[in-house]
Design a protein around this ligand. Structure first.
Ligand code: PHE
Length: 450
């Protein structure tokens, strides 16, 4: 394919791409979701399956996604269409882009609501709500927040506006500067939390919950969730990373970048787990308490440590930023497509996507209060959106990407764009992508859903 340049701009350096991709990857998935689904799915064995999925499916698919993005240099929808055409394949392959854009939009709708919780907690921490609080008290604060639709709506609206403001300006304008400072700060703060957890009575119990593998607790549904989460946490299967790859300069090695991003992402999730579970056990809480886990445990820890209000406030600010740098990448594929193909301005495209996702977000807000008993197969609207996107659409997206790159594209074009210097590693990647990743996804989905 002839060398292209992106109309949306390029990242100015390799490090900025790594920061942006890890900004997309590291988010609520690591700090909020990973701990709570680990708690719900019995701990160690689930964690192990998640790690296996990251290594065997996530990393190879991420490489493929970035490669496709950089080759096509457009929104995922148009990138897939252009590459399919160039490779003599059916235009239907642009369906990967469409399905991804839809998934990104659906995820954005609930992601913004949960990020709103983090915003709300900034002010609760700063206001000293948690001073000297008990476990029961912390859980009451959380129930009080999610039980109140007006409050959730206000924070959801604020977060959506923040997201749209960045996407409207273009993801590689301005955002770069913020990520550069905030990502390292988040690491430092997580390490402080880990240090605190280390001194708590529950530390060894927390660690053994996370890392002792009891396979009897692993159901076929847990396996689907572990695999789905490996896509969610790495921002894969919906074109977010493909869209970012489209802005990646040609001088950058995709392979190294992918390994760094995946390692950072996994590290953050594991540290979050190691900080949260000791607090769970030291306070006699339930690991399986669900989406409120982060919000019911960490405030307890902050209330007990010196300068806890300060660290707690800072922590939730950083969580909100981590969510922000992820949410923009959820909107990017569909917004970039609208700019290219409908010819609207970025500001208009971002606004319309934001308004629609905001509206749909009401379904998630009400799932925690007035509509909490509106369920389908025992799942609330939020649970349904989450399950459908994370556990079905993202793995399917990954499956099709693996098949497209492994089976449909001309091998020499793939090799030329990936430019891996080590031929052995390249072979390993290609074989995994061609056989192991698609079979793995299929096996887990078929086993878990049928
Ligand atoms: N990876 C992000 C997180 O862990 C969520 C996300 C998923 C972002 C898919 C973009 C695409 O929070």
């Amino acid at each position: 394919m002839a060398e292209q340049n992106s109309i949306h701009g390029l990242w100015r350096s390799r490090w900025l791409f790594i920061l942006a991709a890890s900004g997309s990857a590291v988010g609520l998935g690591n700090i909020w979701k990973f701990p709570y689904i680990t708690g719900e799915n019995g701990g160690g064995a689930f964690v192990l399956m998640y790690l296996v999925c990251i290594a065997l499916i996530g990393v190879p698919v991420m490489l493929a996604e970035i490669m496709l993005g950089r080759l096509g240099r457009q929104s995922p929808i148009n990138t897939m269409r252009a590459i399919a055409k160039d490779q003599g394949a059916s235009a239907l392959w642009s369906g990967i882009g469409w399905m991804g854009a839809l998934a990104g939009f659906l995820i954005l709708s609930f992601y913004s609501v949960i990020a709103g919780w983090a915003l709300a907690y900034i002010f609760r921490m700063a206001g000293g709500v948690f001073d000297g609080i008990t476990a029961q008290g912390a859980s009451d604060v959380f129930s009080g927040l999610v039980g109140n639709p007006e409050t959730l709506l206000a924070w959801h609206s604020i977060f959506m506006v923040l997201t749209i403001a960045v996407v409207a300006r273009g993801v590689n304008q301005g955002l770069e500067k913020a990520i550069k400072v905030l990502m390292p700060m988040l690491f430092v703060l997580l390490m402080i939390m880990l240090g605190y957890a280390f001194t708590s009575d529950g530390f060894s119990q927390g660690l053994s919950f996370l890392f002792s593998f009891d396979f009897s607790k692993l159901t076929s549904e847990s396996l689907v969730i572990a695999m789905g989460h490996s896509f969610f946490t790495l921002s894969l299967g919906l074109g977010a990373i493909m869209a970012y790859g489209a802005y990646m300069p040609h001088t950058v090695s995709i392979g190294k970048t992918v390994v760094i991003v995946a390692a950072l992402d996994t590290f953050v999730a594991l540290v979050a787990g190691m900080a949260i579970f000791p607090i769970v056990f030291a306070n006699g809480l339930e690991p399986s308490s669900g989406p409120g886990l982060l919000f019911q445990t960490l405030p307890l820890a902050f209330s007990q440590m010196p300068a806890g209000d300060f660290f707690g406030t800072l922590f939730f600010i950083l969580v909100a930023f981590a969510a922000w740098s992820s949410s923009i990448s959820l909107a990017e594929p569909i917004v970039a497509w609208a700019v290219e193909s409908i010819g609207v301005s970025r500001t208009n495209a971002a606004t319309w996507v934001g308004v629609a996702a905001w509206l749909l977000g009401l379904g998630t807000i009400f799932s925690f209060n007035i509509w909490s008993d509106v369920t389908l197969f025992d799942k609330t609207i939020f649970d349904t959106l989450d399950f459908l996107t994370t556990n079905i659409l993202l793995p399917l997206g990954g499956l099709f990407i693996a098949i497209f790159v492994g089976w449909i594209m001309r091998k020499k074009d793939v090799a030329k764009e990936v430019k891996m210097t080590n031929p052995m590693l390249y072979k390993v990647w290609f074989v995994i992508l061609k056989f192991i990743a698609p079979l793995g996804v299929l096996a887990v989905l078929i086993n878990g859903l049928l």
